[in-house]
Design a protein around this ligand. Structure first.
Ligand SMILES: Cc1ncc(COP(=O)(O)O)c(C=O)c1O
Length: 385
């Protein structure tokens, strides 16, 4: 039998031979528009710190204060030593801000990834068929793999196909799951349509609003607020617009109790630390009293999409289609040489031959910084053909 190292080497060689190698970029400072990356100052256009809350004094101050009182670690899972009064208060605050209409509970997990996996594994047993959009996030795909449910994947955004598949459902229950904002293309799910189709078949709905939270709607209440619909299960993450880390599920009290008792990612994983929880609660407070941050983000999205001439867009994820993987890598490298950090996204994150430059803008970018990026992009894409 070959050694593990030999097998790993062979796989690494095959991976890099296919042009898929990736390396870690080292930041030596915060996620701000002018960031220090690999020892250089670069204009950062790839962060999900959409509102700049990761460095907001109210947020960092709350984390520092909690560190002094509770220490660095929680010492156990939520059901053992890991729940503090801060966790309880945060869950109430998340439910109040993102919930309503009987969705008055929220459950906080260590990450959004964990929340998606845990919810699907808990809710989708053998008596459920899960209907999942083909471009859903990897954490939903992994949750579907771990669920003991039947899984049907419907073509991206194709509600007619979803309707047809739901009509063939052979289990007592059905769950339709979709990203609210798709993480690579930044397009929005048609949630009103999705909820209507699901409702026609008595199916439950779950929306992963990782990139909608804090970015969509005038007050940043996310996809549900933007579209005026309420999915049965809303998953959000604190790791993007809220500037911290952690995932949360906004749901009814019955579903909340089910998750706290049976979600493996909740029961068998150490609770997020008090400083993390305090930071997220402070971020929600800042968002609640600062709608101008959201308006500034929206203005920057308009500025960037307008200058790039890409289709009108409301989310801060702005894909620049390139196609060829090698060309996307070369463009990203050229941009870095000119002082911009914009990652190339390739297969397996997007389809083969559909590589993109994935630009994200934040409320903290200045119009001049956006103009500089779009100018460089225009020039480079013209030069590289
Ligand atoms: C759509 C989507 N869902 C879930 C996640 C996972 O969230 P987290 O980074 O908090 O684990 C991400 C982020 O990478 C995402 O883009």
């Amino acid at each position: 039998m070959a050694s593990l190292d030999d097998v790993a080497d062979a796989r690494n060689t095959a991976w890099s031979g296919a042009g898929l190698s990736r390396s870690l970029r080292e930041f030596t400072g915060p996620q701000v528009p002018v960031a220090r990356i690999d020892g250089r100052r670069l204009l950062l256009f790839s962060s999900s710190n959409y509102l700049g809350l990761a460095t907001h004094p109210g947020v960092t101050g709350a984390a520092r204060a909690a560190l002094g009182v509770y220490g660095a670690g929680s010492g156990g899972s939520r059901l053992t030593t890991g729940t503090t009064d801060l966790h309880t208060r945060l869950e109430r605050r998340l439910a109040e801000f993102f919930g309503g209409d009987g969705h008055d509970d929220a459950v906080f997990f260590a990450t959004g990834y964990q929340a998606n996996v845990a919810v699907l594994q808990t809710v989708a047993g053998p008596d459920v068929t899960v209907y999942s959009d083909s471009l859903n996030h990897a954490s939903i795909i992994d949750g579907c793999r771990l669920a003991r449910a039947t899984v049907r994947v419907f073509p991206h955004g194709d509600l007619a196909a979803l309707d047809r598949l739901l009509g063939e459902c052979a289990t007592p229950h059905a769950l339709v799951v979709s990203d609210g904002v798709f993480s690579m293309d930044g397009d929005l799910a048609d949630l009103p349509g999705l909820v209507t189709v699901a409702g026609r078949h008595g199916a439950w709905t779950m929306v992963d609003d990782a990139h909608g939270v804090g970015t969509l709607g005038e007050t940043g209440r996310g996809s549900a607020g933007y579209h005026g619909v309420r999915p049965d299960i809303l998953v959000g993450t604190a790791s993007k617009a809220l500037g911290g880390e952690g995932g949360f599920v906004v749901c009814s009290p019955a579903v909340g109790t089910l998750l706290r008792n049976q979600a493996r990612g909740f029961v068998y994983s150490t609770a997020p630390s008090a400083p993390t929880v305090a930071a997220v609660a402070a971020a929600v407070d800042v968002l609640d009293r600062s709608p101008e941050l959201v308006s500034r983000l929206h203005a920057n999205v308009r500025e960037c999409t307008g200058r790039l001439g890409v289709r009108a867009h409301v989310s801060p994820i702005i894909p620049v289609p390139v196609g060829d993987e090698g060309r996307a890598m070369a463009l990203s490298r050229d941009l870095r040489e000119r002082g911009f950090f914009v990652p190339a996204i390739r297969w397996p994150t997007v389809a083969r031959g559909a590589a993109i430059l994935r630009v994200t803008v934040t409320a903290e970018h200045t119009p001049e910084q956006i103009r500089a990026l779009t100018g460089a992009l225009r020039e480079l894409t013209t030069r590289r053909g």
